[in-house]
Design a protein around this ligand. Structure first.
Ligand SMILES: [Zn+2]
Ligand SMILES: [Zn+2]
Length: 386
């Protein structure tokens, strides 16, 4: 057991290596990429072996495509080659060895040619493939941007508490079936009681672009007040303080949110979108846009958008929402449109500066997913925001 722990700590030490040991040519970049692609390949192969339990229905067409198999094959070949390169370049062989080991495991259980061992869909399934596609897509999109246009250019990819935030990604991706079902439950119940047929017929005839803009406005309005309630009502704040406990802002930080808060926030914000009867295309577009947008506003991006930041929420605007200082308390609740904060008196965007630090004074929220899950139910959480 202690050997396993030693190996885990050694791997973590390598991922969090100091800047001098991460330089180009040190074998760190190839080692990390090899390991990430190897783990991604292994998880995708597992989802091919048990698609009814480990893959989401939405990827079925993708899984039937020869291009998907070719992409998994290419991922595994790249993982092996990069890990081998790291073994050549890097005196410490931890990253390279782990990368080769997971890639070989993926090849041994069938690689890109793996076929389903159990047919049919399980009543409860986990989005293993969704997690991989989610992290690879978001990571490969935002990590290069954060390297080039960083607000904090000394913040490493594997910064403090990265494991917690990645675990949040994992849980919300794996539990996608449960989350989606519970998210739409209140909206479906409301629609059952009040069908609003006349309104729905009128809404569905609106131009698609207009429907999309209206969805953004309505969901942000609902999100604003739900979010504000999470700050103002003490027992709700216990849940939301988990999101505010993040001490680093980047593409992973937004994923940190208590499971019950995700449910509360999503199930209330979808109500206007679902009940008023918008078309499927603008609704699906909105879901994709909000997924990227919420990652973007947390990202470690130092971009200044002098004109745009007055109209749309930018990373600097939302970073102020996460600031540790007094002036950042209970400001900038919007996720899309800052004018809502202007109207309701919570707008705060100083001309030239950013928050000094992120998180909560005294950092009262414990580390670790399970501890944070239990945190709101503790008798006396030590935090108070207002
Ligand atoms: Zn908040
Ligand atoms: Zn946030």
């Amino acid at each position: 057991m202690s050997k396993l722990k030693d190996a885990r700590m050694k791997l973590r030490g390598e991922l969090e290596a100091p800047p001098a040991l991460r330089q180009f040519g040190s074998g760190w970049i190839s080692g990390v990429l090899g390991l990430v692609l190897g783990v991604a390949g292994l998880l995708l192969v597992l989802s091919l072996l048990a698609p009814g339990a480990l893959a989401i229905p939405e990827t079925e067409t993708l899984r039937d495509s020869p291009w998907y198999r070719a992409a998994i094959h290419f991922t595994l070949i790249s993982a092996f080659a990069l890990s081998a390169l790291s073994l050549v370049l890097r005196p410490d062989r931890t990253l390279g060895t782990c990368g080769v080991a997971v890639t070989l495991c993926a090849a041994l259980i069938g690689g890109s040619q793996a076929t389903a061992q159990v047919s049919g869909r399980m009543p409860l399934f986990f989005g293993v493939d969704f997690f991989v596609l989610n992290v690879l897509f978001t990571g490969f999109l935002f990590i290069p941007l954060e390297r080039i246009f960083a607000h904090r250019n000394k913040q490493p990819i594997f910064r403090e508490e990265w494991r917690e935030d990645l675990f949040y990604y994992l849980v919300s991706s794996l539990m996608v079936q449960v989350l989606t079902f519970l998210t739409f439950l209140p909206a479906k119940s409301i629609l059952g009681i009040a069908p609003l047929t006349g309104v729905r017929v009128w809404v569905v005839k609106l131009p698609i672009v207009m429907q999309f803009v209206v969805i953004m406005l309505l969901t942000d309005l609902v999100q604003y007040w739900v979010h504000r309630a999470f700050h103002r009502v003490p027992w709700l704040w216990k849940f939301h303080s988990v999101h505010h406990s993040a001490r680093s802002m980047d593409w992973m930080a937004g994923a940190r949110m208590h499971f019950l808060e995700i449910l509360a926030l999503r199930s209330t914000t979808v109500i206007p979108m679902y009940v008023l009867g918008f078309s499927t295309a603008p609704m699906n577009t909105y879901v994709f846009v909000v997924y990227l947008y919420s990652t973007f506003v947390h990202a470690n991006l130092g971009w200044r958008f002098p004109v745009i930041e007055k109209i749309l929420v930018t990373p600097r605007f939302h970073h102020w929402h996460h600031g540790i200082e007094e002036e950042a308390v209970d400001v900038n609740f919007s996720i899309h449109f800052p004018f809502l904060d202007r109207i309701f008196g919570t707008y705060h965007l100083p001309k030239d500066h950013w928050p000094s630090e992120y998180g909560l004074p005294g950092h009262p929220v414990p580390l670790g997913y399970l501890s944070q899950l239990k945190y709101p139910f503790r008798r006396k959480p030590k935090t108070s925001r207002t």
